[in-house]
Write a protein that binds this ligand. Sequence first.
Ligand SMILES: [Zn+2]
Length: 632
Amino acid sequence: MKIIFPPFSRVTIILLSLCTLLPVNNFAQKAKPKSAVPVSPTAAATPTPALQLTYELSFPQPHTHLYEVAYTVGNISAPSVDLQIPTWTPGSYLQREFARNVQDFVVRDSAGNALKWEKTDKATWHVTTNGAKEIRASYRVYAYELSVRTSHLDASHAYFNGASIFMYVKGAINQPLKLKINAPNGWQTTSPLALAPDAKGYFSAPNYDILVDSPTEIGMHRVLEFDTLGKRHRIAIWGEANYDEATLKRDFAKIVEQGATIFGGTLPYEHYTFILHLQPGIGGGLEHLNSTTCQSSPNVFKPAARYQGFLGLIAHEYFHLWNVKRIRPQALGPFNYQTENYTHNLWVSEGITDYYGDQLLLRAGLIKPEEYLQSWASALARYEATPGRKIQSPETASFDAWIKYYRPDENSVNTAMSYYDSGAILGMLLDIEIRARTNNVKSLDDVMRLLYENHALPKPGFTDAELKAAFEKIAGTDLTDFWSKYVSGIENIDFAQYFAKAGLRLVKGYTPSINDVQGQEPNRGYLGLRLKPGSLVVGSVLSGTPAYNDGINVNDEIVAINGQKIDAATFNERVASLTPATSATITLFRREKLLSLNVIVGKQVPDRYSLLQNKEADANQAAVRNGWLSVK
Ligand SMILES: [Zn+2]
């Protein structure tokens, strides 16, 4: 997943899951604990016939935002059945409590008699079957949150992300199922489940994981199609925008081809669906097994820099089809849909995916090497300006995603470091290191291929140790020191050392200012606070800075510096004009009180980085650089 607003993200699909294989008459028992090793469907005795699972989704009044779900469960032999709805959706690591949108639950036997049920926890409906072989549960789901992680229904379209809509029979998530969608007249359905439903109008899925990994767009959206590497690709677009259809298909195809090239030139799916929501005020994407949903502003197609950012989102989500949907940490599949699924490795699943998102654009010629270098230089300036990098390692950031990354607050900058950013940096460092050690014969691509060979679905995911071993095998060296410093640890990274191996120099300078004196290094004042956009209200105070040490707080509203009124537009210039190591009087409102604080002004550190080519690079360094930048 990629978050452009709040966090988004990714899901993994599980073809094999343990609890699936529970005999039907065990429904009322507690699910077996998750095992580290998926069990083959043939490994457990399942004498009881499989359940017959059929969903019917209707929305006769789309403007009410209410989906109507009828869930028929047949072939029951148990006295009771537990129906559950997920508390989270794979790819987005936050407890979203989808049950809160469920209403009007009723359950009947095949003769229409109401059956007894009770909620036994927030997401479980315990149904007494009363001897019925078949039950039909009906409920409605309110769907009016326009994000890739949820579902949205209004008069213009229906979009569902299955985890937020569909219940499952506890203990039976690995059983095959059918889905019928009753759409209003004139609306078409675009689902990754199949290019079209069967003759009777049903889509099929081999298990619940596939169902909820198949986001579906229903409405009067535009569908573009292109074939690449022998596979059909569809782009389903809800919303109007100034895109050129031929350009979009051509650029998406380039991304597809570059991704496939890394993994041997073939695509591990029969068809792939890009669902695009183009509406004001939304952004981000969520990956799926053979699809993605991406949201963006309608004006993202021009100018070129903005369009590159959009293609970066597409490439990130697309690359996930390998990295996290198939190659994934052991904890991310089989899923437990009722609780947090913890892993230390979102820095791989998200960060290295982010690294490859831009790499795919570079390799496809959709961004230029100099643009790629500047993007990295800016990313490193942001990284080094984040105090949280000294608190959260990539591994701890991954593990605490559920309570940190997906629940950001005003103190996040001080205590958290995005595993997207730190993971992409680790991917870049390791790519350069491997290329340097092998004279550019091997690269991070080889690590991804090795992980794919050994851990792609349906094989079990990788452990922490297996991940490190894969990098060491390709790099041909022990990476324990690297891991303890930068993966598990929070040590400062010597970027210059790594870029030197690629014949590059990281140069740190300053964003130009009207107060600069030609030929002199800027001597700018610095407070260490960030304002909320367009206001003078403090949004965050960076730890260890003058503002932090001298008592400026989040939500203080600054009104004057050294007795002079300030405004939001010129605030940064005013701060920069202060003389470092002198005292400044900051006047502010804190709640209803007017206060003046004396702050010892700091000195601004370089904030604008550049990556430049070292003209004296030797042959090996030049080979690494050209390989990394895809310069032929
Ligand atoms: Zn992602």
